[in-house]
Design a protein around this ligand. Structure first.
Ligand SMILES: NC(=O)c1ccc[n+]([C@@H]2O[C@H](COP(=O)([O-])OP(=O)(O)OC[C@H]3O[C@@H](n4cnc5c(N)ncnc54)[C@H](OP(=O)(O)O)[C@@H]3O)[C@@H](O)[C@H]2O)c1
Length: 306
């Protein structure tokens, strides 16, 4: 049985990944920071990854075969105002974790972001040169560099995703669902494109990448780029909500506090070739999101935390 350590196990990706892996028979340990997952169906521990001296001893105690590093400071505005924390957690901690993983013979998957690009051209492959626009993106790029230098065998997976989270407010899908189901209007950016995966599809692919023992940089995105406006409309249709509540607006005119890339359409040819199959489509992702709601995943996630 594979012993899997998930960092950021209280976050949107971490918790869904840990649950899926536990269901698939992995022996899961989830590390959190402030959140206590008192009802998790997997082992948990609290580890502050900015306390670098603690990373090695905690890893030795956990004895994982595989680590999927999901913990990060992910709030782009918060990263801008707290650059120090952003660099400690997103840029430096990954290097310590990667060295400790190599010392302990554990395979590592490091989670990075589409935001390493400036969004000026779109259709980005692994060969394209990153050009981060803000502190979050720059700190995540530095994290990639720290991983590649400390542990060349690691997988660096650039991702973007949506799904249901513990507090119900972490993803763009939740943002649209929460407002639309309360019959409130929301803005959707017509000029901001992304290539998202449903979080459980992403989690399954990450486990598959580890099983195939891949290494190096991979774009792990959906198969269909979509504007944030069109995503809101598609979500409304999938859930039978009123799509006219999604107002089309330009991100350039929205006065966002932090500069963000516009065109983050992504290529996934390298990943499909390595996996030997296609990546789920946008329609399949939204269908799976709706199925998960009907199956009670939202309530299940909410019940995990104290
Ligand atoms: N969401 C997206 O669409 C998206 C897009 C691109 C890339 N990513 C990347 O995907 C990964 C997962 O993102 P997410 O959205 O799932 O994150 P999230 O929901 O914001 O969760 C962040 C996780 O990091 C943990 N954490 C925060 N500070 C910590 C610290 N000092 N020590 C240890 N753990 C700490 C949090 O723990 P507590 O809650 O317990 O404090 C939480 O579990 C990140 O690497 C992110 O950069 C996400």
């Amino acid at each position: 049985m594979t012993r899997l350590l998930v960092t950021g196990a209280s976050g949107l990706l971490g918790v869904n990944l840990a649950l899926l892996a536990a269901q698939k028979g992995y022996d899961v340990i989830g590390w959190t920071n402030r959140e206590r997952l008192v009802n998790a169906p997997f082992e948990t521990a609290s580890v502050d990854l900015t306390d670098f001296d603690e990373i090695g001893p905690h890893l030795e105690a956990a004895k994982p075969d595989l680590i999927i590093h999901c913990a990060a400071l992910t709030n782009v505005d918060q990263a801008e105002t707290n650059g120090r924390l952003s660099y400690l957690l997103n840029a430096e901690a990954p290097g310590y974790l990667a060295s400790a993983a190599a010392r302990n013979g554990a395979k590592l998957i490091h989670i990075s972001t589409d935001a390493v690009f400036d969004g000026s051209k779109g259709d980005y492959s692994e060969e394209d040169m990153p050009h981060p626009l803000n502190t979050y993106a720059h700190s995540k790029l530095k994290g990639e560099e720290a991983i590649a230098s400390a542990n060349p065998d690691a997988i660096i997976a650039r991702v973007v995703f949506y799904g249901w989270s513990i507090r119900g407010n972490r993803s763009l899908a939740e943002f649209f669902y929460n407002h639309l189901s309360a019959e409130q209007t929301v803005n959707g950016f017509t000029d901001m494109f992304f290539t998202p995966l449903y979080v459980n599809h992403l989690a399954g692919i990450l486990l598959e990448m580890a099983e195939k023992n891949l290494s190096g940089l991979y774009h792990v995105f959906g198969s269909t780029p979509i504007s944030k406006y069109a995503f809101g409309v598609a979500l409304a249709r999938e859930f039978g909500l009123d799509e006219s509540l999604v107002s089309p607006i330009s991100a350039l005119e929205a006065g966002l506090a932090t500069r963000r890339p516009l065109n983050l359409s992504m290529r996934t040819d390298k990943l499909s070739a390595a996996l030997g199959h296609e990546i789920p489509t946008g329609t399949e992702g939204l269908r799976a999101l709706a199925d998960a709601l009907r199956e009670g995943l939202r309530e299940k996630l909410a019940s995990l935390a104290a």
